[in-house]
Design a protein around this ligand. Structure first.
Ligand SMILES: [Fe+2]
Length: 294
């Protein structure tokens, strides 16, 4: 059966049929999915009951995994529940128990409910993320995606000219401070040193421009902090209007793949007494945005 992709609503998300993500893909299948990613930016695969190994193997069809010496997280290696290459976005500790609502790890995770693009706080931000729904709570926990190409296109001409060459500073420090989590160790503060990212990115295949925003962005070069924060807030409000947002309601076995270069996303609330086990693999980006011509 050939791969087919049906547009969802809004049409920057697509639902994929005709692929078993547990099995090796042939080059035509890889090309079809990549073309789908370039067109849609978010792809949904249903009924994919993956093991971690299968998720890693599927991910590697599309490039190299993101790997950094420093964690983009406050969870220490000895606290990891999962093996290398798989990021734990569950609300579980290493023994599989639900995290305490007073655990600083839980506070840190709450920051993912702000709009962001994965790894925008890294010098080379991520290309694709793939999130696999293993255990899904009975209520809430949707993931929302915003189409940053459509958001860019809808800017007025004056704002387009204004953002064209702006450079922002991104750090986990900014996104965590936004929810009042400032309790970082000196090592964490050092590891989360801000990086520079262009505000306007150009997609390497389609040539479409998009706004590269995230709650990790906390400064604009050459601007005062209040002016920068206010402008970033306004752009984020603009970019996350209903018409640009696809809401994913999770079913067990869903695999959702998104292009961080063209979208932002956020998690939504769920009952913290219920288990949510979602696991992410992440593909490395090609180059710093700062070197890329807009
Ligand atoms: Fe994320």
């Amino acid at each position: 059966m050939a791969i087919s992709i049906r547009p969802l609503n809004p049409e920057f998300a697509g639902e994929v049929a005709g692929v078993d993500c547990r099995k090796p893909l042939d080059p035509e299948e890889v090309a079809a999915i990549e073309a789908g990613m370039d067109r849609y930016a978010v792809l949904v695969f249903h009924d994919q009951k993956l093991t971690d190994e299968q998720q890693l193997a599927f991910t590697r069809h599309f490039g190299a995994l993101e790997s950094y010496a420093t964690q983009g997280h406050i969870r220490r290696p000895q606290e990891q529940r999962l093996g290398p290459g798989i990021a734990d976005f569950s609300n579980l500790d290493k023994d599989g128990n639900i995290l305490s609502a007073e655990d600083r790890l839980w506070f840190f995770k709450l920051g993912d409910r702000l709009w962001h693009s994965d790894s925008s706080f890294r010098p080379i931000p991520a290309k694709y993320s793939l999130l696999s729904g293993r255990v899904v709570p009975s209520w809430g926990a949707d993931t929302e995606f915003a189409d940053m190409r459509a958001a860019y296109d809808a800017l007025d001409p004056r704002t387009k000219a204004e953002v064209e060459d702006l450079v922002c500073e991104h750090s986990l420090i900014y996104s965590r401070a936004a929810i009042g989590f400032t309790d970082l160790t000196p090592e964490e503060t050092l590891a989360f040193k801000p990086v520079r990212q262009r505000l306007v990115r150009t997609h390497p295949v389609t040539g479409r421009k998009s706004l590269f925003l995230a709650s990790h962005a906390g400064a604009i070069h050459g601007w005062t902090i209040p002016e920068a924060r206010m402008f970033l807030n306004e752009l984020t409000e603009h970019a996350t209007q209903d018409e640009f947002v696809y809401r994913h309601k999770w079913r067990v076995g869903d695999l959702v793949m998104w292009d961080n270069r063209q979208t932002m996303h956020r998690g939504r609330r769920f009952d913290p007494g219920e288990v949510r086990d979602v696991r992410r693999t992440t593909l490395a980006g090609d180059a710093p945005t700062i070197e890329q011509a807009a």
